[in-house]
Every structure is written in C-alpha cells, then in structure tokens.
Design a binder for this molecule. Structure first.
Ligand code: SAM
Ligand code: MD0
Ligand code: SF4
Length: 367
C-alpha cells in the first residue's frame, strides 16, 4: 500500500460499505504488518455493527474419512495409506451430536469424504438425510452437510430432511490451480453443486485455501465468485502440509496472509458469516482470527470420541481444547460472547426466507 493516508481512505470507503476496486483490494491483501492492524480494526468495527460482538459456535463431526478423491493437499486422499480411516455409525453420530448440542454449539456440521457406499447406491444419501432429520428433531439445532460434490437429487433429499447448509469449498477459482489441487475433478461440477443447493433452499458456504500457489489476483477472483454465488458463509484456511501426500513438503503460509484474507472478507461481506477454524492452529490460533473479524468458531470437537480434524487430524482434540468450555475464556478475553441459541436459528431462518424469495423471483425450477 502506497501510504497510510491511502489506507485510511480505502478503509473508510469499506466502513461506509462502498465498493472497493480490484487495485484497492489487492493493496489490502499485500499490506504490511502495521497496516494490517488497521485493517483488522476496521473489520472488527464492521463485525460489531452487524453482529454486536456475538459469536456463533459450530460443532464438527467428521463422520467418514473414506474418500474416492485424490486431492493433493488432503490427508484423507484415497491414495494416502497413512491416513486413519473410519466410518461412524448413525448411533455413534447421534451420540456425538448430543454431546455437542449439550455443550452449547449452535450448529452441527456433518462432514465426510466422498464415501463410496453413499455414491454406489441409488439412494445412497438416504442414511445421511435420515440422520439430518433425526438431529433436527432431537436437538433442534441447524445442520450443515459437507459430503463433497453430490447430485442434485441428493441435495434435494438433504434439504427436504431439514439440512440448512451445504458447505463445499472451491479452494481456488483459478482453473489451472484447481486442477493441480483437485486431481481429476470438475471445477464446474463443484460450482454447479452449490448452485443446485441454493436452488433447493440450502444456505451455502464457499471457501479458499491460502498458500497453495494462488496470487493476490486469484484471491480477488475468489471474492468475486463468492459475491456472484451469494454465499452466506465464506472462509479461508491456511494450507497445512500432510504426511503421505504430494504436498507434504510444500510450506505452510505465514498466518498473516490468512488473517488479512479474513479481514478483507469482513470488509467486502460485512454481514456474512466468516469462520475462525480451530482446524488449522487449534485454540492457540483463535484469538488472531477473531481479531481479524471472524464471527464463527468452527471445528469444535468433543474429546475422546475417536474423531479427526481435516487439516489437523489430532491437534487439541483429545485434551478438550476444541470444546465450547475450552474456548469460552478466549472469547471472554476479547470482549466477545456466544450468541443466545435462538438467535442463531433466527439468523438461519431469515437467510433461508430471503433465499426462498430470490429463488421465486428467478423463476428457475430446481431439477
Ligand atoms: N470431502 C469434502 C470436500 O472435500 O468438500 C468435505 C471435506 S472438506 C470440509 C475438507 C476441506 O478442508 C477442504 O475443502 C479444504 O478446504 C480443507 N482442507 C483439507 N485439507 C487441508 C489442508 N491440508 N490444509 C488446510 N485445509 C485443508
Ligand atoms: C472446519 N474442520 O470448520 C471444519 C471443516 C467442513 N464444513 C468444515 C473444514 O474447520
Ligand atoms: Fe476427499 Fe474432500 Fe479430502 Fe478431497 S478434500 S480428498 S474430496 S476428503
């Protein structure tokens, strides 16, 4: 960024919710340490304006680590023989969801690899849909599903069962880079799955990886795509190298990069949900991400249930640091607090109503 005065001008535009140019966004992403502090402050001010220092908490259940895909960055890629494989039963998942619900999370995120039993049978997503319905009935919490790319029929079935969110991250919107990350997968099919989810009334989370070879312009392209699709939740995760994968010696990026992306997302999407994931640096990384303007703590995992994280397969899980009780002192220190449970449900309901209106206006029938 040329000068602090210029930075002030850009931040004041953002605070007034005026559009920023590509050059302005790139300069924010390339800001130095001192300038970054000013960007974080502006991001926090916008978060306060829209969310009153109240934070949402997401419980995470990685219910199957089996996957047919071979993403170069992922520990659970099919060809990684070192990765621990498990598939939790419906009973086990309900028990875990119950303990997360009673610990005070606002949402249950059911995540898996693209697991063959689901994919090989015509009605393969019925068990997941039934599970979603049962979790909603028993615990009255919103549910997110993250099973990878699934068919329009499966999305319809999941939405009918009561799923509220579909999370599916493009990782990058640069076609050549996508192809290096998500080997033999279609960038268009992944995008189309999110469009289908929206058409069926599911809220959508879009996301990118930081430090996988993208440029600042690629990141701006991703912001434009997030805007275009109208994602209700947007995320960034720093790449963490995984043993036994082609990217195991690829360096993890400096965390200041992810923090600036979080803050710039807050400036560009002030009223959207932006996660601070515990899956990258555990609870030690939470404060910085919240200070950068995130408003959802994700990847809360009950201890000692044999569950894995995505980027950190074991970190902080069994010692209870990734629980609501474990992170509450961090929120408190920052003058933040978890939102009352009903208010998260209200937020989701209001967003789903707005999406239903948009879908009706578009008059595009879902298939
Ligand atoms: N299999 C589904 C899919 O790929 O969409 C669901 C799992 S998804 C939640 C896994 C996500 O975790 C990826 O989309 C990626 O953004 C993130 N992730 C995976 N491996 C990672 C790594 N090594 N470092 C950082 N993030 C990673
Ligand atoms: C997280 N481990 O929030 C989870 C995961 C999938 N919807 C989310 C990447 O960090
Ligand atoms: Fe499978 Fe998802 Fe990992 Fe890719 S990121 S290998 S789709 S679990």
């Amino acid at each position: 960024m040329g000068s602090l005065i210029n930075l002030e001008r850009v931040l004041s535009k953002a605070e007034q919710q005026q559009a920023l140019s590509r050059g302005e966004i790139v300069s924010l992403l390339e800001a130095g340490e001192e300038e970054a502090e000013a960007i974080f402050e502006a991001a926090r001010a916008l978060r306060s304006r829209h969310f009153h220092d109240q934070i949402f908490l997401y419980g995470f259940i990685y219910f199957s680590t089996w996957c047919r895909n071979d993403c170069t960055f992922c520990y659970y890629r099919r060809s990684n023989l070192q990765s621990p494989r498990y598939r939790k039963t419906s009973g086990e998942i309900l028990d875990i969801a119950g303990s997360l619900a009673s610990s005070g999370v606002h949402l249950i995120d059911l995540t898996s690899g693209e697991d063959a039993p689901c994919l090989e049978q015509p009605d393969g997503y019925e068990p997941l849909a039934n599970l979603v319905g049962e979790i909603k009935r028993r615990f009255e919490l919103p549910v997110m599903v993250s099973p990878g790319v699934v068919t329009a029929a499966a999305l319809k079935q999941l939405a009918a069962a009561g799923a509220d969110w579909y999370a599916c991250y493009q990782e990058t919107h640069n076609r050549a880079l996508f192809q290096r990350l998500r080997l033999d997968q279609s960038i268009d099919e992944r995008w189309e799955a999110k469009l289908q989810a929206l058409r069926h009334g599911l809220l959508v989370e879009e996301g990118i990886l930081k430090g996988v070879g993208e440029t600042a312009h690629d990141v701006v392209d991703s912001f434009e795509s997030m805007e275009l699709i109208g994602a209700q939740q947007v995320r960034v995760m720093s790449f963490v190298p995984q043993a036994g994968t082609p990217m195991e010696i690829w360096p993890t990026p400096d965390r200041s990069e992810e923090l600036k992306v979080i803050a710039v997302m807050r400036l560009l999407f002030p009223d959207r949900l932006i996660p601070a994931s515990l899956d990258i640096d555990g609870s030690a990384g939470l404060q910085a991400r919240l200070n950068a303007g995130a408003n959802v703590v994700t990847s809360l995992i009950p201890p000692r249930q044999g569950l894995a994280g995505v980027a950190q397969s074991t970190r902080d899980i069994d010692d209870g640091c990734r629980t609501v009780a474990g992170i509450l002192p961090i929120l408190e220190q920052l003058g933040l607090e978890p939102v009352a449970p009903g208010r998260y449900r209200d937020w989701v309901t209001a967003e789903k109503r707005q999406l239903a209106r948009q879908n009706a206006d578009r008059l595009v029938p879902a298939i």
